[in-house]
Write a protein that binds this ligand. Structure first.
Ligand code: TXA
Ligand code: MG
Length: 327
């Protein structure tokens, strides 16, 4: 079912206006949207996702003009980044306007704002004319959906309408940069890199020191995140062959996600998926692949560790979390 015409957009606007939930495609991942000015509607997002309230939501906007409805200040850094990267996969954390609902910001003094690029998201935001609060449309700690089918699997009847805009082009969540503290800090790496941001701003950009047990409100720092249900391991490229030679028979069947073309010993119960060695193409396929493999009853999922270069930062962040030990 592909829902992209005007009739469905107006149906979606009707649902949002009445305080309902609409899942919609963005270029990164699908979002679970509600009217960001409607407390009861936003509460439904947390219920549908089973997400704790101290994890704030990103408000999605149709135009740059709307930024000052949500953010008290629109600093020069934010103006330059929005000019360079919006619409697109960048979220900016700014000091909030006093009237922004606590349920949206998790009672923080800041607000996350993003103007998405996907044509369906843009059509919806323009037609609705107000900010849409939207986290990724998955259950808390699970893999973000990059297809409409994945949204349905995650949320079922908890969502009133799913707009189907096809497969997400980027495939990983937006880069989050905090501009509320003066110096820009990357809170979540994404396919817009720290170097891309530093180039536009002409200043250094630091990455936050994510560590388990840190404030849960900092994105993705929860110990379990982006997580398949299958036991998932990150394996160094150079250790892959040796590891495969040691696996005990009862540990099969296993699935491997590879990012290099290295030759592996074959085994009838070892399923190998080769994603691209290009990070853009790899990112687009990662979540769909994880979700697909997670449904096939493997005993283990092994992910070949991506190269230790900046172009793979966002991917490395997600696969590290997918393979984090379960507490
Ligand atoms: O690509 C994306 O960003 C997708 C699409 C739908 O736009 N959205 C998304 O939302 O990934 P979510 O809620 O799954 O992740 C947003 C992260 C959360 O970890 C949250 O803690 C953080 O952003 N966040 C939101 N507002 C914040 C704020 N004011 N300060 C710090 N972190 C914030
Ligand atoms: Mg999420």
């Amino acid at each position: 079912m592909r829902i992209m015409n005007d009739k469905h957009i107006s149906q979606a606007v009707q649902i949002l206006t009445n305080g309902g939930l609409v899942a919609f495609p963005t270029e990164t991942v699908y979002g679970l949207g509600a009217d960001a000015t409607n407390q009861v509607a936003v509460e439904k997002i947390f219920a549908a996702k089973e997400r704790p309230h101290n994890h704030p939501l990103i408000v999605h906007l149709a135009t740059i003009d709307e930024v000052t409805n949500w953010a008290r200040d629109f600093p020069e850094t934010a103006q330059r980044l929005s000019a360079a990267f919006w619409p697109g996969p960048l979220t900016m954390i700014l000091t909030k306007q006093p009237q922004v609902l606590d349920v949206v910001t998790g009672k923080q003094a800041t607000i996350g704002l993003r103007m998405p690029q996907h044509p369906v998201a843009q059509a919806l935001l323009k037609a609705f004319g107000r900010g849409i609060a939207a986290p990724s449309a998955n259950k808390f700690t699970r893999i973000s959906p990059t297809t409409a089918t994945a949204v349905r699997e995650e949320l079922g009847t908890a969502v009133d309408l799913i707009l189907d805009g096809g497969d997400c082009r980027v495939g990983l969540e937006s880069t989050i940069v905090d501009l509320s503290q003066g110096l820009p800090v990357i809170l979540r790496p994404g396919m817009i890199s720290a170097a891309d941001i530093a180039t536009v701003l002409g200043m250094d950009v630091v990455a936050s020191q994510a560590h388990p047990g840190a404030q849960p409100r900092a994105p993705g720092m929860h110990h379990l995140h982006y997580a398949p249900k299958t036991r998932t391991h990150l394996v160094a490229s150079t250790e892959m062959v040796a590891l495969l030679q040691q696996i005990e028979p009862e540990e099969y069947p296993i699935a491997l996600i590879m990012c290099t073309e290295q030759v592996l010993p074959t085994h009838p119960d070892c399923h190998v998926v080769r994603l691209s060695n290009n990070p853009t193409a790899y990112a687009r396929e990662l979540y769909r692949t994880l979700r697909d493999l997670d449904q096939q009853g493997f005993r283990h999922l092994m992910i070949e560790a991506p190269p230790a270069t900046a172009a793979w930062d966002a991917i490395r962040d997600r696969v590290l979390k997918a393979a984090a030990p379960r507490v």
